[in-house]
Design a protein around this ligand. Structure first.
Ligand code: ACO
Length: 434
């Protein structure tokens, strides 16, 4: 970051002397006021619940311009990456800062491919869960448990260890998600195969059985790969900030990523695609297109507590660029699978049409986010709703681990320790004779 010529001055209405703060500039996007000395100089904290105006770190991985609806990974627009790259290209880019050349790509693909198996003991751990456990509960446990299986790569101060952990996590997440799915179905686990692509291998581990050959459908493979690309990173969102905060204590990478999985689970974050599909199914069950108008009235009535899931975003105040790509993919997949008349897709298109014209949504700048269409695509592929957020976690793992590693190599890195505005009781004595 670069020091700006400008400075910020904080003045007080009670005559307390004003304080000056340096301003830093990034390459693009808002500048930041460096308030690290604020408490020392004024005995005051800043108050910003929800981090509405707080840059928690310096990062060179992902840039979002929410007003424009722009998303860049290492400077490259998401639209170009989605059209010209596969998910492992994007993983390489996010981890290393540049797209791989031919040899680097071959080596990286092979490295990831040769780390997809998990320790055989892992399945006995998995078998301890109830078969009807939510996949995110299972995944939180499995990812956390990886630290018990792979403790030869947990020296967080060694860049090589960090790299090995990153490869292990990226490679093994599909295996773990597929195992969680197979376990919930009571079907045998399917071991990875090295002659398939990352996404093709995942599809096979999910949907093959030992009884017959499984052929990967290329349209489905490309669609799922695109879902992975679109979810790979999203700067300092709630789960990534969780991974950074958890990792800032010096804990091992698997524990930090498990914390991210737990955060992602919530319906305001990664759980939104599951919630969005549940919402579409409910609308369908209540009369489908005929019920859309009534449903939208409920959404606009704050006392109903109903939100239009898959709409709105803390950062995007314009169309989420990922939602546009997802809508295209949705059309492709439905047509390739002969599901063009899918009623939920029609419902989604109608909800979107109404919302984009309705004053409630227009004035609040609420647009479809990536989750609005990704659930329909996943459902068409055959992925059960309860697994949607686990698929998101699989894809976001590369972003989490890259952000965690970036934090550890940052000379300004410190344990994350926010402060508070205390409004509880002042000191008092415990009554005697209780
Ligand atoms: N439906 C109806 N109203 C909404 C919605 C929605 N989906 N989202 C926001 N609003 C309204 C709020 O009620 C609020 O109205 P008000 O100003 O009259 O009080 C206004 O828009 C601003 O919303 P906030 O909740 O303050 O915005 P915030 O940035 O905190 O929330 C969030 C963002 C959590 C994503 C929100 O838009 C939401 O709940 N959306 C639905 C869930 C969802 O799709 N999440 C996925 C996010 S993308 C991801 O994680 C990959």
């Amino acid at each position: 970051m670069q020091l700006s010529d400008k400075k910020a001055t904080l003045s007080f209405s009670d005559g307390t002397p004003s304080v000056e703060f340096p301003i830093y500039q990034g390459t693009v996007g808002p500048d930041v006021i460096d308030i690290r000395k604020l408490y020392g100089e004024t005995n005051m904290f800043t108050y910003d619940p929800g981090f509405m105006a707080t840059a928690s770190c310096e990062s060179a991985i992902t840039y979002i311009d929410g007003e424009k609806g722009q998303l860049l990974y290492r400077g490259y627009p998401i639209e170009q990456l989605a059209l010209n790259c596969d998910f492992l290209d994007v993983c390489y880019l996010i981890l290393n800062g540049e797209l791989p050349n031919g040899d680097q790509k071959k080596e990286f693909d092979s490295l990831v491919t040769h780390h997809t198996m998990v320790h055989e003991q892992m399945q006995y751990f998995l078998r301890g869960f109830r078969r009807d456990a939510h996949p995110m509960a299972v995944l939180t446990g499995l990812v956390g448990a990886m630290s018990a299986f792979y403790h030869d790569s947990t020296d967080i101060n060694d860049p090589h260890h960090r790299h090995v952990s990153a490869i292990r996590l990226i490679a093994k997440m599909p295996t773990l998600v597929a195992m969680a799915y197979k376990y919930s179905k009571g079907e045998p686990f399917i071991y990875p195969r090295n002659d398939l692509s990352y996404t093709g291998n995942f599809l096979r581990m999910m949907f093959a059985t030992p009884c017959e050959d499984y052929e990967v459908n290329e349209v489905v493979e490309r669609a799922l790969d695109r879902i992975f690309i679109l979810h790979a990173d999203h700067e300092q969102n709630a789960s990534t900030s969780t991974v950074r905060l958890c990792g800032s204590s010096g804990t091992n990478p698997f524990a930090a990523i498990a914390a991210g999985v737990g955060c992602l689970w919530g319906p305001a974050h990664g759980g939104a695609n599951e919630a969005c599909l549940t919402m579409l199914e409910e609308i369908q069950a209540n009369g489908g297109l005929d019920y859309v108008g009534e449903f939208m009235e409920k959404v606009k009535d704050k006392s109903s507590g109903v939100r239009l899931m898959g709409f709105g975003h803390r950062v995007y105040k314009n169309y989420d660029p990922r939602a546009k790509l997802m809508q295209e993919t949705c059309k492709e997949v439905l047509s390739a699978l002969g599901l063009e008349n899918d009623p939920l897709f029609k419902l989604a298109m109608e909800l979107e049409r109404i919302a984009l014209e309705d004053e409630y949504f227009v004035e609040r700048k609420l647009y479809p986010n990536v989750d609005f269409y990704s659930g329909i695509v996943q459902r068409a592929i055959g992925i059960p709703t309860s697994l949607f957020t686990a698929i998101f976690a699989l894809a976001r793992t590369v972003g989490w681990i890259a952000q965690w590693s970036e934090m550890l190599s940052d000379p300004n890195y410190k344990i994350g320790r926010p402060r508070q505005l205390y409004t509880g009781e002042v000191e008092r004595d415990v009554p005697t004779g209780r």
